[in-house]
Design a protein around this ligand. Structure first.
Ligand SMILES: NC(=O)c1ccc[n+]([C@@H]2O[C@H](COP(=O)([O-])OP(=O)(O)OC[C@H]3O[C@@H](n4cnc5c(N)ncnc54)[C@H](O)[C@@H]3O)[C@@H](O)[C@H]2O)c1
Length: 312
């Protein structure tokens, strides 16, 4: 098993700690909040650090997962890759395209894996949908309509909803269609006025031919909505990301396949561990992380200019 350190043990990082511990790959934890680092160190019987530099100096690790706020990702991942560690960065990989390009170069020079936390690819109904598209069972995929809505987490302040949440659906749309969009049109805005960044977004992504994705994301809806309706030439597939229920509508018939619930984070981190062991590229690459940041920047540019943005 590779030895993996988790950096950031907050709301989400604590799940990385639990899952990597279950996979017997957890080797150390790091959080600038010393109390948190100590508590996780004690509970999981691994060394705990409040400084990344100290962890890198003292521990012999194969990899890290970075679960700190978005604005810290570039500096941290640059450091861990340069230190020769395979690096999993939570989404967004970086907050700017320039930083994303630089990180890919660093990973290449270090000859280490760089991957990003686009967890929905590991959500079983999405993995199954990708398989259905590859097999052509429902005909051509035409339209993907995503809804990702819930109240804002109090701790997210360094990026807006597009770079925090819409990016999950941007990545899923690109992955399912197997390409990046040619044109992007979006409206974003702020409902909760004290916020510095946008808290709702309506995004239209135009892919080749008729392929289109429509994404609605907001931090306003009180209940947690995470759905995808995929329209094919031969029917419609509805997915609930939370319950993992899939409904397949063909003509007048609806079928609901049964499959066991599986934790997407477990599947995602298992793939990272396997990629390290097999010395291969992970399923989600640094290039995917960069593409999504580029699209997110185009979303914001489209909204502020009121025009579609064509990607070269
Ligand atoms: N893939 C997903 O579904 C998913 C879900 C939630 C969050 N996330 C991502 O996980 C990351 C963390 O989000 P969160 O909600 O856990 O945030 P959080 O604020 O709850 O936790 C961040 C933790 O990082 C620590 N930290 C901050 N700067 C640090 C530094 N320089 N060195 C060491 N520790 C530092 C903080 O003390 C805190 O404990 C974000 O990138 C977020 O987008 C991903």
């Amino acid at each position: 098993m590779p030895r993996i350190g988790v950096i950031g043990t907050g709301g989400w990082g604590k799940n990385h700690v639990r899952v990597l511990n279950e996979l017997q790959a957890l080797a150390a934890v790091c959080d600038m909040n010393k109390e948190r680092a100590d508590a996780f160190s004690k509970n999981f019987h691994v060394p705990g650090y409040s400084s990344l530099d100290e962890m890198l100096k003292k521990e012999k690790l194969d990899a890290v997962t970075i679960c700190t706020p978005a604005s810290t990702h570039f500096a941290m991942a640059s450091k861990t890759l340069a230190a020769g560690l395979n690096t999993f960065v939570e989404k967004p990989m970086t907050t700017t395209v320039k930083d994303g390009e630089s990180l890919i170069e660093t990973a290449k020079s270090a000859n280490r894996a760089l991957t990003v936390g686009f967890i929905e690819r590991f959500n079983p109904p999405i993995t199954a949908l990708k398989q259905m598209i590859s097999e052509g069972k429902m005909g051509e995929p035409i339209l993907l309509e995503f809804h990702r809505e819930n109240r804002r987490g109090e701790n997210i302040s360094d990026v807006g909803i597009v770079k925090d949440a819409s990016i999950h659906d941007i990545d899923t749309a690109c992955w399912l269609f197997g390409e990046v969009p040619k044109v992007i049109y979006a409206r974003v805005g702020v409902m909760y006025v004290p916020l510095e960044h946008e808290d709702f977004a309506a995004i239209l992504l135009g892919f080749s031919g008729q392929k289109t994705a429509f994404l609605v994301t907001n931090w306003i809806t009180p209940n947690r909505v995470r759905t995808l309706s995929a329209v094919f030439s031969g029917g419609v597939v509805d997915v609930d990301f939370v319950t993992q229920k899939t409904s397949i509508h063909e003509g007048a018939a609806t079928t609901v396949p049964t499959r066991p619930f599986q934790e997407p984070l477990m599947l995602e981190l298992r793939e990272f561990v396997a990629a390290i062991e097999e010395k291969r590229q992970p399923l989600v690459t640094g290039r995917d992380g960069l593409n999504v940041t580029r699209i997110a920047e185009a979303v914001l540019a489209s909204s502020s200019s009121g025009t579609p943005i064509y990607l070269g």
